[in-house]
Structures are given as C-alpha cells and as structure tokens.
Design a protein around this ligand. Structure first.
Ligand code: NDP
Length: 262
C-alpha cells in the first residue's frame, strides 16, 4: 500500500537513536524527505551515515535542543527552505526521570514539565506556518502510557506525560481548522538507548536479553518482552500518512499489552 508520503517533508526531533531514528529510517524508505535533529551533532551524523533511503528522499541534519525556541525556529526554517516546506512533525525528543515523588526536587519537577510541554510546543509553533500550507499536514507526539497509568518510580515523568497528552488533545482541536491533524503514540517499554543505558547503570550480571525479559515480567507486559523501535515507528508513520486523514485527537497505545485501563 502506498502511504502517500513520497516527496513529503517530515521533521523528526530526537532522531539520533531509538524511536526517532527508526521513524526517520522508515520515512526515508517510504520516499519522504526527513529533517532530523538531536543535541549531539556527531552522534546524529553517525546515525544517518549510510541509512538506506528511497530514490529522491533527502535528509537535513541539525544539532538542536528542542528546549531552545530560537534554535528550533532556525532548524525548522532551514528545513522548510531546503526541503520544500513541511508536511509532518514528529515530536519525539525526550527522556524520563526515574524518581519517586518525594525524592524529586522542585527543579526536577520543573525540568520534566518543561521538557514535555515545550519540547513539543516549540517545534509545533515553528512548523505551523508551513504545516498550514501543506495539502495533508500531520503532527505525531511520542508520549508514554505513563500519561494515563502513572508509575510511582517515574512520578514527575508520569505527571508531565499527562500534561503533554492533555496539551496534544487541545492542539488537535485548535489546529483542526487549519487541516492539521495531531495525534499521540503512547509507548510502553521499548528497547532503545534509554533501556540499554539503564541496563549498563544497573550493574546487573544478567545480559540485556535476560534482564529485559525479567523487566517485562515485572511490569506485566502481556506480550512478555520489550518492544523494538521499528514496532513503534510504523504506527507513527501510519498516523503521519494522509491515509489516516480522519484520525485526529487520538492516542494509540503501543505497549505490548502493558496498559491496565480500558
Ligand atoms: P533515546 O534515548 O534512544 O533517544 C532520544 C533521542 O532524543 C536522542 O536522539 C537524543 O539525542 C534526543 N534528545 C534528547 N533530549 C533532546 C533535546 N532536549 N533536544 C533534542 N533532542 C533531544 O530514546 P527513545 O527512543 O527510547 O525515546 C524516544 C521518546 O519516547 C522519548 O521522548 C522518550 O521519553 C519516549 N518514551 C520512550 C520509552 C522507552 O521505553 N524507550 C517509553 C516511553 C516514552 P541527544 O541526546 O544527542 O540530544
């Protein structure tokens, strides 16, 4: 099936690793142009080095912190100028903070909220003038099941994720008049840089496969394993596709059955 993304331009934040990189790779394979950012320019360049792409698909890479509104505006403006406008945006850059509620400092609460809210709002604001001109504009925000199912060990991240989900719903209503669809993909546990780092920091004698299988059992993931980035990339790409033209304000769980709510 043709997803209708050939020749479209998509901005992907946090694209040097994990979900962002897998999404960018899938878009390039579909023939879309990709403008990708992350803070570490060298890691970003290395990640895209030799990445396969369909004929005609172009890439623009920029070091950019999504918390810096001016830098985001500059990145998005250059992307639009060089890649011929902007049709899609994937708000993916981020991380989580393993901290229980009373152990989280006021600064950490503020930092988590700032990252989740402005990490999405800065790129949306910057891309909006071009999204409004696109024939089929779409924004996908990468969020977490934590937004609806908080975890005590991720207290501030859970609350900030809930704020982001709420904000994304508001944006969907606000931007519908411009024809811009806005949706969320809510992740469970995905085997990416985040979990590889946690495994290394844990000092566990178990290899990653055994450690992550125990993690999946502990978290009650129905499918019994962590997801992989490509399994998340496809739903993101599907929501970006003009074929999802009647889907807006939705949130899709991609968690292997970890969600306990109905
Ligand atoms: P990774 O750690 O593998 O990748 C994160 C990417 O974001 C990197 O490219 C990183 O590059 C970039 N990044 C981080 N902070 C910023 C910033 N301020 N500005 C620009 N780029 C930034 O993460 P995942 O692929 O696992 O996660 C992707 C998203 O999904 C994140 O928002 C994460 O919180 C969310 N998520 C992930 C889950 C999981 O289990 N993996 C579960 C739930 C949600 P650099 O450091 O160079 O900036």
């Amino acid at each position: 099936m043709d997803l209708g993304l050939t020749g479209r331009t998509v901005v992907v934040t946090g694209a040097s690793s994990g979900v962002g990189l897998a999404t960018a790779a899938m878009l390039l394979a579909e023939g879309a142009h990709v403008a990708a950012c992350a803070r570490d320019a060298d890691r970003l360049a290395a990640a895209f080095d030799g990445l396969p792409r369909a004929a005609g698909a172009r890439v623009l890479l920029r070091a950019c912190d999504v918390l810096d509104a001016d830098a985001v505006a500059d990145f998005v403006g250059v992307a639009a100028a060089e890649l011929g406008g902007i049709d899609g945006l994937v708000n993916n850059a981020g991380r989580s903070l393993m901290r229980r509620v009373l152990d989280t400092t006021e600064q950490e609460w503020a930092d988590e909220l700032r990252l989740k809210v402005f990490g999405a709002l800065h790129p949306v604001r910057a891309a909006l003038p071009w999204l409004r001109k696109s024939p089929a504009p779409a924004v996908v925000t990468v969020n977490a099941i934590l937004a609806r199912q908080p975890e005590a060990r991720l207290a501030a991240t859970s609350a900030a994720r809930a704020a982001l989900l709420n904000l994304t719903t508001t944006l969907a209503g606000e931007l519908a008049a411009d024809g811009v669809r806005v949706n969320s993909v809510c992740l469970g546990l995905v085997d990416t840089g985040q979990w590889r780092r946690r495994h290394a920091e844990s000092g566990s004698p178990l290899d990653f496969a055994t450690w992550s299988a125990e993690l999946a059992a502990d978290r009650g993931i129905a499918l019994g394993r962590l997801g992989v980035a490509e399994e998340v990339a496809f739903p993101i790409v599907a929501l970006l596709s003009p074929r999802s033209s009647y889907v807006t304000g939705a949130s899709l769980d991609v968690g292997g059955g970890v969600a306990r709510y109905v």
